[in-house]
Design a protein around this ligand. Sequence first.
Ligand code: FE2
Length: 507
Amino acid sequence: MSLLTRRAVMAASSGLFLARATAADGLESRRAAPAEPFAMGVASGDPSTDGFVLWTRLSAGGAPLDAPAAPVAYEVAEDEAFRRIVRRGRRAASPTLGHAVHVEIEGLRPGRTYWYRFHALGSVSPVGRTATTPERAGRARIAVSSCQHFELGWFAAYRDMVAAQPDLVVQLGDYIYENSYAQFPKVRTFDTPEPTDLDGYRRRHAIYKSDPDLREAHRLAPWVVTWDDHEVENDYADLANLKALDPVVFARRRAAAYQAYFEHLPVRPSLWTRPDGPRLYRRLAWGDLVSMPVLDGRQYRSVQACNPPGQSGNRPRRDCPDLAAADRTMLGAAQEAWLDETLRAEHGRWTLLAQQTVVAPIETPEGVMSDQWDGYAAARERLMRSLARPSVRNAVVLSGDIHAYIVNDLRKGGPDTPPVATELVTTCLAASHAPKARYGDVRARNADIRFADIERSGYTLIEATPQRLEVDLRIVADQADPGGAAASLARVLIEDQRPGAQIAASR
Ligand SMILES: [Fe+2]
């Protein structure tokens, strides 16, 4: 197709705005336009029965766009060829949000695949694929990822995930890393220092978007995201931070990191009403099959127990009475109350609680790790009480953060009480692994662990039906291999109304 014909087709298919834009300033803006304004890709997220949020960020081939606000047109179609366009409109991509665009689409039909694309600066974006959630569902395929260190591994696991065609991708945090680890071999480098301001965090997110496997995973499925610590700074807790910087100073850094996070992910702008303290916790659902409360375990938590005042940090702890102090919180009072109310009103078959750190007690040779729920034992008891509400038919906790696969039975009382929930800890997509001595023989020390592997990277694939969850713990053979093949490490079965995991097969 000639350029002229292609442009004519584009103009015809994208309506008045594009026709006017190409006629009035087509050649000029094309000449002045940057190469590859859509180099960061496209994404969709937080699907509902009638819509989703669409995302893109304009750039100059991945570099910040040096331009005033630019018009961006969007189109949503029922078919990949855009013959049946059901929504179109335009937004301004403004420099105050790094030329990011978020569009909340409403009023579509439930349980349907949609395709979308953007037009700006004389270019057309890649075509994204997304979906509305069904009103009733007999199955759902959900992929879970966590902890992706750009320098320490290729993101080949996402290629395997894309091939699995998940309905939904859930990212549990450490989407970016703010820090480098000199002690581990690198497969590529950030090329920018540790960010502390908006420009720095934008550059850090931008280099992540240079990864083609990550972009492709965003392009082909809707995502549900939450953050952990490395989106801002390792182990931060509310405004407590590693260097015990003045909270006012750290609050500025955190707000910059939060803003950059928003600018680069398909998060609904209606959540983003307070840039210095956005509310990220919310509930998603996949029909009557899956209910997914999504938590923010970083923004409101008490500082890790027995640390110096104002100083965050994850330590193995044993003789630290504060670990169990009743007034210490992981979620903050408002989120905790919201979660309990949400769980009281549960009606889905499976409650998949998407959150960050490990809920199960994990005893290591040096004690428990203070950054996990072990460091917030009273808050964990309250969480377990909420998960045990009769309205919750099947409680499954999705965790990340520790770069290991661990499958746990979760109990509300002592070891003789029946499990009330199952925990699936997803390993890192690509990052470093704890030295073996950190955990020792972790299964011998912790009777409720059904499966553990602390050496591999990958992601979790969950096939949900009304009868069971079939869970595939996927691994990549070598995260230093850009073409890294993936395989199954273990299969886990969780049956309806039978809390606790069964290890179906493991190699
Ligand atoms: Fe991590």
